[in-house]
Design a protein around this ligand. Sequence first.
Ligand code: XMP
Length: 525
Amino acid sequence: MTTSNHDTIVVLDYGSQYSQLIARRVREANVFCELFSWSTPAETILALKPRGFILSGGPNSVYDHGAPTLPDYVLASGLPVLGICYGMQLLAHGRGGRVASSLKREYGPATLQINEPDNPLFKDWRLESDAEPNSQQVWMSHGDKVEHLPPGFRPLAHTDNSPFAAAADVDRRYYAVQFHPEVVHTPQGRLVLSNFVHHVCGCASDWTPANFIEEQVTAVREQVGNGRVVLGLSGGVDSAVAAALIHKAIGSQLVCIFVDHGLLRQGEAAQVVATFQREQGMKLVAVNAVEEYLESLAGITDPEQKRRIIGEKFVRIFEREANKLGKIDFLAQGTIYPDVIESAGKDKKDAHVIKTHHNVGGLPEDMDFELVEPLRLLFKDEVRQIGTALGLPDSLVWRQPFPGPGLAIRCLGEITWERLERLRLADDIFVSELRQANMLRQDTQQSFAVLLPVKSVGVMGDGRTYQEVIALRAVTTEDFMTADWARLPYDLLARVSLSSAAPLARGERVVLDITSKPPATIEWE
Ligand code: XMP
């Protein structure tokens, strides 16, 4: 459990794929917010002294046998409540309204007509159309809907299909919306959430990067005292920001260990050393473990086996190097909030394991250290803000995510240094073109090359070539759970394909991956 001195909103998760997004939107409104399963014990939630509750959507019908319920403490607390979609139906059902069961889903955009524009929920809505001043696009995704409002509630807005698209019991501060304010397809949805937390719950806007850094610097100093801290730096955003924050707090009591496993992208290892050792002035132990990794990966082609070997090896090398440092009291990690939420939900009887996501910076499980995890309350976008505020370069803070096992899972088939080098070169050509076109932030969220263990015939000059194929993968995604292939400009692709073949002078065939997730995953292994 985490505690905070900030005004706090609790989001109860009823299984919607958007639950995390609700919490992020509240944080974007500078209000601290935490996400918990609806079945979390009341004591845990009430200990946070929340200022209000948001009930997420979910896949159930309130009439389903064993459907998730509204815990008694929520209404008993007398605090404001906002129910979204299933959350609205729960709230209505719980207060004596009637929910109509329906087999037909409404999914997609709808036009919201606001009956009560002065309600705090709609404060500062920029009304888009002069012709229809009180209408706005919202996103619907529901089967059931509220048919009769409970006593005390009145409708605030409607759509053609939902007479109660928004409703409230204003005296009790219970609000409910059938649409999804958290998704980008509801253009003013953020404002609904911001209005609820500020103007209904009365929360202060005190969740800011500057406050966060100041609080964490104090907290880390208190936790660590005169002790020494070791941190595994992977070159990724999370461990980098954790290192910078802890360094600000305790300076040379922090030692970073960076293991170069040879599976990083072009120039990456050098950049990590330059940034942290030279620019940030941190104590950094850089370990060249390339040979060791290549030896243990020789002949391995199975993706899961690659992941296991890389993960285990990291733990062993990290331990070995940490032991050389003398007495160390703490292990610091770049654990972030989605990791915390995910591990809290681990005991759910989950679906199939598609692939195990090992993080090479991950925790050596049997190491006897106390943990320092200053980012464990932050979402990724917040981690980036903190990184920027701490003075880390954009090239590091805005790096696209890179899997822990690195190029090993993009070098399909056997891993050799020669194949890794070819992949690195192709990847660098592709990513450099995207960087030049400024397409590595908004336009693509993950972009990389993959080397396939499949040969194809080509012709260069007068000669025949027979080389492995390079695939280009670029995706757009909000959360990496689903993704679409990025529609890249043909001219850019043409430049990549030409220069991919030329400097290698080997005549690799270049193909473009146009599969979305699902059915494919983002990585090829
Ligand atoms: P998939 O391929 O499952 O990837 O669609 C979703 C996101 O997770 C990253 N990924 C990993 N990250 N260790 C990691 O730290 C792993 O083993 C791993 N496998 C995939 C992937 O790059 C994408 O961002």
